[in-house]
Design a binder for this molecule. Structure first.
Ligand SMILES: Cc1cc2nc3c(=O)[nH]c(=O)nc-3n(C[C@H](O)[C@H](O)[C@H](O)COP(=O)(O)O)c2cc1C
Length: 319
């Protein structure tokens, strides 16, 4: 039993959310996560309208539990994705990479829960004003698109919790019971994970990508795109090295885009370990096996109870 405002609000057993991950998290993974007691998420970023509709229909067949659709607002496809998610009345919409004011009220009027991903305090003020249901605070440790502000999860979650009365979910660098307890100690009421859930039996990405996560050490990821404004934390492979070299040489966005467009698909679908973009977070260095999602969740929950008991010892009076 694990009860926070997040589990109550979302109607889930565990305060564990799966981050939307483009090219990877369709209905299969979302259903596996929701069936395991967390909140599974369909990533709409690279889906055509038909594909998104069919993913929503299939996740509904595969689980009776709540699920989310992730919509990165800066993408041109987001308007259509939002239209579909609203029309289908999905249980939860997680908007990222954009201003929640655009849709928050519309979403809530449909009785859909809306969570916004934030990278810094600026966006928290916006969330408070427009009225979202919850905030996902993601730090620079995380995999995929990361913040230009480069705030760490430790600092960001703490300050976001101070700046809002809304329930906060911590993301970036969380993969086990100790990570969950640390997030709760900072004031978060749930966690969102990406990298940890990629190295699982159910994850629908190329097996070689999963093994690259297992092999990665703590220092094996880098952030590319600091000069172009589109930052991604990825494995430091040939592609990442080439992007960083081009950035150093002052090459522009167009030239770099020519190299990177389609590169996540190359990694996730074709398993190209050197010229695909292997998005993953720093926590990959702590991931050493490929269990099932249910095993991860059960370990995190039972482990967190043990961790909380261990911490209590620090405050026991000894006479
Ligand atoms: C391969 C990959 C793809 C991602 N794609 C998206 C996306 O489409 N939309 C989004 O909001 N976040 C995306 N993210 C971020 C995740 O949803 C999540 O917040 C992040 O992975 C958490 O950090 P962690 O990897 O340390 O667990 C992606 C992350 C990864 C690793």
């Amino acid at each position: 039993m694990f009860k926070t405002r997040i589990t109550e609000l979302l109607g889930i057993r565990y305060p564990l959310l799966q981050g939307g991950m483009a090219w990877i998290t369709g209905w299969e993974m979302a259903a596996a996560v929701s069936n395991a007691g967390g909140l599974g998420t369909i990533a709409s970023a690279t889906m055509e309208a038909e594909e998104l509709m069919s993913n929503i229909a299939q996740v509904r067949e595969a689980t009776g539990n709540p699920f989310a659709v992730n919509i990165p607002l800066r993408l041109p496809s987001s308007k259509k994705a939002m239209e579909i998610a609203l029309q289908e009345e999905v249980p939860v919409i997680v908007s990222s990479a954009g201003d929640p004011a655009l849709y928050a009220e519309k979403i809530r009027r449909r009785g859909i829960k809306v969570f916004q991903v934030v990278f810094s305090l600026n966006m928290v003020k916006r969330c408070n004003e427009v009225g979202v249901d919850g905030i996902i605070a993601m730090g620079i440790e995380g995999g995929g698109n990361v913040s230009p502000s480069e705030l760490s999860t430790f600092v960001l979650v703490r300050e976001v919790v101070e700046a809002t009365d809304l329930p906060v979910v911590a993301a970036g660098g969380i993969a086990d019971a100790r990570g969950l307890v640390a997030a709760l100690a900072l004031g978060a009421e749930g966690v969102q994970m990406g990298t940890r859930l990629l190295a699982t039996k159910e994850a629908t990405l190329h097996g070689d990508y999963k093994h690259a996560i297992i092999r990665a050490k703590d220092t094996d990821t880098v952030v590319t795109g600091r000069t172009t404004g589109l930052q991604f934390r990825v494995l430091n492979n040939n592609l990442a090295k080439e992007i960083l070299k081009m950035e150093k040489e002052g090459k522009g966005r167009e030239e770099i885009d020519a190299l990177t467009i389609g590169s996540l698909k190359k990694a996730a679908v074709a398993g190209d370990l050197e010229w695909g973009s292997l998005m993953m977070g720093q926590i990959a260095g702590m991931i050493h096996e490929i269990p099932s999602i249910q095993e991860i969740f059960d370990d995190m929950i039972t482990g967190s109870i043990r961790e909380i008991q261990r911490l209590q010892k620090y405050t026991e009076q000894r006479y």
